[in-house]
Design a protein around this ligand. Structure first.
Ligand code: ZN
Length: 116
């Protein structure tokens, strides 16, 4: 998910996905973001990635990301970084092995830049 042409293509594909386009921050998540601030919310993003995505076989994979309440959850669905299946399908990160440090950082940066 590093090079620029790939990313452009990825945004293009995401923007054509009706499912992904449905995810927008609503008032509860916007309020949360205002109260906590972006830095705090990005710390949560790092924790979610570490606990829910980084293991080779995350618990409950495919269902580990709720659809509301936390701005990071919404950003995860909008950017297809919600589970290992979506990471494999959209970001070409293979399942069944732990995420590397770079992958984790890329995913977090991606969520931060492209949150809906
Ligand atoms: Zn998913």
């Amino acid at each position: 998910m590093a090079d620029k042409a790939d990313l452009t293509d990825l945004f293009d594909r995401l923007s054509r996905s009706a499912f992904r386009q449905r995810f927008r921050l609503l008032e509860p998540e916007r309020g949360y973001l205002r109260r906590k601030g972006l830095d705090k919310v990005l710390e949560h993003a790092a924790e979610f990635i570490e606990q829910r995505l980084a293991p080779a076989e995350p618990a409950n994979d495919g269902k580990q990301t709720p659809f509301r309440q936390h701005p990071v959850f919404i950003a995860q669905h909008a950017t297809a970084t919600c589970c290992r299946g979506c990471l494999e399908k959209w970001h070409s990160i293979q399942k069944g092995r732990p995420l590397t440090h770079n992958e984790k950082e890329n995913i977090r940066g991606f969520q931060a830049k492209n949150h809906p």
